[in-house]
Each structure stands twice: as structure tokens, then as C-alpha cells.
Design a protein around this ligand. Structure first.
Ligand code: FES
Length: 135
């Protein structure tokens, strides 16, 4: 049925595949300003804006404001919508910076435990099934 050469090659390929390892998980960055601003101590998360993170190029040393309430129209960053007294939003934006200029995955589900960076929380069933603000 199968030639001896075919079987030898197939066995070699299968044995090679056995030793392939997964790539290491990418390191999740930390916000160096976490202890500087009291807004980082807020317990409540905002409304789920999207079910996936947003990739954004950030400059080292520059200070950004990440939207926690989920109502900003310039996601994932704050546009000041939380200041509208009629919306009664209690969450304040999270000020953050990065130590290296490169692209980062910023949380857009607003449920991360490592604000403002995505930590994979958006993969949870409740968030994947949640109603989002983003259309
Ligand atoms: S987008 Fe919020 S944890 Fe990933």
C-alpha cells in the first residue's frame, strides 16, 4: 500500500513535529505611573467598549490618558466624555506612560486587571457575550 520510503519520511516528519514547542507568551507591560495617580486605585471598571484590544504605537516617556469609562469617542484614549455631568460617570481616565517606543495592545473591553494594557480578560465568556458600545 505505502512504499517503505514514504513510511520512513512520514515517521521522520511526525517525530520532528513532536519536539516543536510553543512560542513564549509575550510579556505584558506595566504602567510606571500606577503609584503616581490615585485614579489607578479605582475598583469599578467601565462599560465594555469592544470585545478585543486595540494595537497602538506609543512613544516612550509621553503621558497618555486611557479611557476607563468606555464612553470616549476616541478609544482607547480619553476624550473628556466622563466630565459630562449629565452622563453621571464615576470612572476617571488612567494616566500612563511606556518605557519603550513601540506598538502596544491597549485594553478596549475596559475590564483588564493590568490597566491600560490588555491582559487577556476579554477572552472570558461574559465579555465575549456582552453588549458593546462599539458598533
Ligand atoms: S481588551 Fe480588555 S483585557 Fe484584552
Amino acid at each position: 500500500m505505502f512504499s517503505r520510503t514514504f513510511l520512513k519520511r512520514s515517521t521522520f516528519i511526525l517525530n520532528s513535529v513532536k519536539y516543536v514547542t510553543k512560542a513564549p507568551k509575550p510579556e505584558i507591560p506595566k504602567n510606571p505611573l500606577t503609584s503616581v495617580y490615585s485614579a489607578n486605585n479605582q475598583k469599578a471598571n467601565g462599560t465594555v467598549y469592544d470585545r478585543k484590544p486595540f494595537k497602538m504605537s506609543l512613544q516612550a516617556g509621553k503621558t497618555y490618558s486611557w479611557c476607563l469609562c468606555g464612553k470616549s469617542k476616541s478609544q482607547p484614549l480619553c476624550d473628556g466624555t466622563h466630565k459630562d455631568i449629565y452622563l453621571k460617570i464615576s470612572q476617571k481616565p488612567i494616566r500612563f506612560t511606556v518605557e519603550e517606543t513601540k506598538e502596544y495592545w491597549l485594553c478596549n473591553c475596559k475590564q483588564t486587571k493590568n490597566r491600560p494594557f490588555c491582559d487577556g480578560t476579554h477572552k472570558q465568556k461574559e465579555i465575549q457575550e456582552a453588549t458593546t458600545i462599539r458598533v
